[in-house]
Design a protein around this ligand. Structure first.
Ligand SMILES: [Mn+2]
Length: 428
């Protein structure tokens, strides 16, 4: 199934193609002077993909309220349709990450729908941070680290269910989501709580197929506000280390205190073979779940600078999973996700054109100013034409957001999908 009509896409591209060619040739000439082949960069960008979270295509919200948009997806099949549009127009999001039980459905039905859109399934995400209709025990006081064994066993069993469904879908990773922590000093014994968590994760790890990876994600706060059981990258690294070679750390850009040097955390995890991947988003104050690169595109570029450096070294165990994880409270989620996927590609392209030989020499000679300027030169380069040409080559949209608006997709699905009540908050 093609969600956006191909003749509409072709005519939208035809209007923009001549200008794009001029911009691409001009950038190619400038990069050539720096010894960089624009076509090589384009090929790498073209092969790059970032996974879309199924929950991202619904409107998010805060603890205050959620304001659903028109044509909200009603179930996982609507969500996969929306994900299909994002990939059709950007060519940058070949896979979708499911969250269970929100997205529970028959594996064959899920595969059929994904195949219609030419997309695959990325990491499976478990949910033991809220009670579900069929959960016997409550997660109010935690899940994998709960004081009661029955709650822990229920949470472990849920994670194993996620692996079993994922195995049928071709997924190769499980990301464990927990809300465990505490809200008051003294509420929990830090050591015992973490030990219970480790023991539970070990049970999940043991059930993991040999060709799967286990991802854990650190988060400084929320939903627990005094302490989180996996509060920082140090604890996250300890988990991966304790579990074994299939366990890796995820870095969610929003899960750090303001001003934390995230690119350095990334470098440390790469150095010790434990970088599992990313949840891309941005933040201004805390875990705001803002659109990727909407606040600090330079930080995203600096993260990719570390990734490209590792890619060039061809390190073993370096195969990070890339996913968007953000909350769209005031925008059309499809537009935000397309824009964010392109921002991630932009940071990658900019990092690819860093003059690494020059950088290494400036570092060796302690030339701080020119080392910094070398990164800035790449960051300041407008690589739009590279991304757009990579899209055009794949029959995607030169301008995905304009084409999406011209298609009227949102208005069409708004008629097919009746509005849902704005009851629940949209924490993601
Ligand atoms: Mn996340």
């Amino acid at each position: 199934m093609t969600a956006i009509k191909t003749d509409l896409l072709s005519s939208a591209n035809a209007k923009r193609q001549q200008d794009l060619q001029t911009d691409y040739d001009s950038l190619g000439e400038r990069l050539d002077r720096r010894g960089i082949s624009i076509d090589t960069i384009k090929a790498k960008v073209s092969a790059y993909g970032v996974a879309v979270p199924s929950w991202g295509v619904g409107t998010g919200g805060t603890r205050f309220a959620r304001f659903p948009g028109e044509g909200e997806p009603r179930d996982i099949f609507d969500k996969l349709d929306d994900c299909g549009v994002i990939h059709q127009l950007t060519g940058a999001t070949p896979s979708v990450s499911l969250h269970i039980p929100w997205d529970n459905a028959d594996a064959n039905d899920l595969l059929t729908k994904a195949n219609e859109h030419g997309i695959t399934f990325d990491a499976m995400n478990s949910n033991t941070f809220q009670n579900q209709i069929d959960t016997k025990h409550s997660y109010k006081y935690g899940s994998l680290s709960h004081t009661e064994v029955a709650v822990r066993e229920q949470a472990i069993a849920h994670n194993i269910d996620c692996i079993e469904l994922g195995a049928k879908l071709g997924s190769k990773a499980l990301t464990i989501w927990v809300g465990d922590g505490s809200n008051f000093p003294g509420q929990t014994n830090f050591t015992q709580q973490f030990q219970r968590y480790l023991d539970s994760v070990k049970s999940i790890y043991t059930a993991l197929p040999d060709d799967w990876r286990l991802f854990t994600e650190h988060k400084m706060f929320e939903p627990a506000f005094y302490s989180s059981v996996v509060q920082d990258w140090g604890t996250n690294y300890l988990i991966a280390k304790e579990m074994g070679p299939k366990a890796y750390c995820l870095v969610d850009l929003g899960h750090h205190a303001p001003n934390v040097n995230i690119e350095m955390i990334v470098a440390r995890l790469i150095q010790f073979g434990k970088l599992g991947g990313f949840h891309f988003n941005d933040s201004k104050y805390g875990d705001d779940d803002l659109d990727t690169a909407s606040i600090d595109p330079y930080r995203l570029f600096l993260v990719f600078n570390e990734l490209v450096d590792a890619e060039l070294q061809q390190l073993s165990h370096f195969n990070p999973a890339h996913m968007l994880d953000q909350s769209h409270n005031v925008t059309d989620p499809i537009e935000s996700l397309m824009s964010s996927a392109m921002e991630v590609q932009r940071a990658y392209a900019q990092a690819l054109i860093v003059d690494r030989a020059a950088l290494a020499e400036y570092q060796q000679n302690n030339d701080a100013l020119l080392a910094s300027q070398t990164l800035k030169q790449a960051f300041r380069t407008d690589v739009d034409a590279i991304l757009a040409m990579a899209r055009l080559d794949k029959n995607c949209a030169i301008d995905p957001i304009a084409t999406y608006r011209e298609s009227g997709y949102r208005q069409i699905v708004a008629k097919e999908r009746p509005a849902v009540a704005a009851g629940s908050s949209g924490i993601v």
